[in-house]
Design a protein around this ligand. Structure first.
Ligand code: TRP
Length: 452
């Protein structure tokens, strides 16, 4: 077989920027706030942070080290080290395939809101029921979804993603600045204090296994873990690139954006919904219901809203481009098709599967899968089922097949490994035991629901 020379990142900063670019996206801005609102606010935030600095840290270090060590992408990395673990690479690769379609549906929602604000529709968008009317319509959300995924595919096909990345390097800091302004604005509104307390102060009576499962799924999703992505990124990292420091920086960046998004959205439930706390349970629509109300109460509401959604659209695009690239390269490797043919096949597949999620709140709302709408189901099966299993098996793969030592050595090639002890204990014992415990107790609780 022909040896391909692997390109590598120009430097560590390039690596951190690329990995952070993949990490920061709708997961932080759209998904994190609605989960935090739903699963008890402060307690969710606390569990999330604890998980990110322990399990998330260890997994990201492992995946990057595995990639750098083997210089291979996920499927080959696992199978090269042990044939029996080929299925793990395949399972990990299934995650982006499941995520891309529904990610693009949400991307379409963002595009729609951007245009609504650009055309002066702030007051309309702020009305109760505006969002639910939009997503339950038969045609409009589908159009936005298809436009969004075609835009993603065109960028991937033309190979101009570098341009988008460059633009987003300027736009992302702007998103942070605007988010701070919006969060400060919300915080000084009457009623916000109670909301901030809910978001920041952990209320231990709200703790449940579901909180942990939701926080764990969110962590995998947001940090792009347990899906082979970081293995691939690691394979491009040079031997002298400090893995531990990179992981820390990626996590801080990711956490900061998620925290800010939560600060912008969660307290606004208390400020703008007249004390109706059941709104906290809204789910995937939370950002789209709350933010227009915030914007509409601000001066220059249409401008603020339009700029905000443009920035979010860019954050979403960089992620969906990278998701699509991943899926296209899986198809290319497996079926030996050209890049163009693979991209078109992925596009058609994504439109077909994504359409279920898109119409699942409207014309297809009579169908439910395990009691969930399609979008919620795809989200659940990837983040709360497949990713924990991949993470668990990755831990086992490292401790039983590769050995923890070679991974630790790989990290030490480029720097001292300050949290080596934590890493060893996490990978061998704590992570696998916790993941199994969480999965089993959740299974049991679902079982109870079915029995009743
Ligand atoms: N982490 C991204 C976000 O927070 C979403 C995502 C999941 C992703 N898997 C990915 C992005 C793979 C790029 C590649 O929105």
């Amino acid at each position: 077989m022909e040896e391909k020379k692997r390109s590598s990142f120009s430097g560590r900063i390039g690596f951190v920027m690329a990995a952070a670019g993949s990490a920061v996206g709708l997961g932080n801005i759209w998904r994190f706030p609605y989960l935090a609102a739903k699963y008890g606010g402060g307690i969710f935030l606390l569990v999330y942070i604890l998980l990110a600095v322990t399990l998330g840290f260890s997994l990201m270090v492992s995946e990057i080290a595995l990639g750098r060590k083997t210089k291979l992408s996920a499927i080959e990395a696992f199978s090269t080290l042990n044939k029996k673990f080929k299925f793990l690479g395949i399972l990990a690769s299934a995650v982006p395939v499941i995520i891309l379609p529904y990610y693009s549906v949400i991307g379409g929602w963002v595009a729609k809101y951007m245009v609504v604000f650009m055309t002066g529709g702030s007051a309309q968008a702020a009305q109760d029921g505006y969002f639910s009317q939009f997503i339950s319509a038969p045609v409009e959300p589908a159009i936005w979804f298809v436009l969004y995924i075609i835009a993603t595919a065109v960028i991937v096909l033309l190979g101009v993603e570098k341009g988008v990345e460059k633009a987003s390097r300027i736009l992302m800091p702007l998103l942070v600045v605007l988010s701070v302004i919006i969060a400060v604005y919300t915080s000084v509104q009457p009623g916000a204090l109670e909301g901030i307390k809910y978001y920041i102060m952990p209320d231990f009576s709200k703790f449940s296994v579901k909180t942990v499962l939701a926080a764990m799924g969110q962590m995998f999703y947001s940090l792009s873990l347990a899906m082979g992505i970081m293995i691939t990124y690691g394979s491009y990292l040079k031997k002298d690139g400090d893995i531990e420091a990179s992981v820390k920086q990626i996590e801080i960046f990711d956490l900061l954006i998620a925290f800010l998004a939560g600060l912008m959205i969660v307290p606004s439930v208390f400020v703008f919904s007249g004390g109706d706390e059941s709104q906290l349970q809204t789910g995937p629509g939370l950002m789209f219901e709350m933010l227009p109300k915030v914007f509409d109460s601000m001066p220059f509401s249409n401008v603020v809203g339009a700029v905000f959604f443009v920035l979010v659209l860019f954050a979403a695009l960089t992620s969906s481009i990278s998701l699509m690239e991943t899926v296209v390269s899986i198809v290319q490797d497996k079926l030996h098709w050209s890049r163009k043919k693979s991209s078109i096949a992925v596009l058609i597949f994504t439109i077909a599967v994504g359409m279920l999620s898109c119409l699942g709140y409207g014309p297809l709302s009579f169908i439910s899968v395990f009691g969930m709408a399609f979008l919620d189901f795809f989200d659940f099966i990837s983040n709360s089922v497949i990713m924990p299993i991949v993470a668990l098996l990755t831990c086992l793969f490292i401790s039983k097949v590769v050995g923890v030592d070679p991974i630790v050595e790989e990290v030490k090639l480029s720097s001292a490994f300050k949290r080596e002890k934590v890493f060893r204990v996490m990978i061998r014992y704590i992570a696998p035991i916790c993941i199994i415990a969480i999965l089993v107790s959740n299974l049991l609780s679902y079982f109870n629901i079915f029995v009743i």
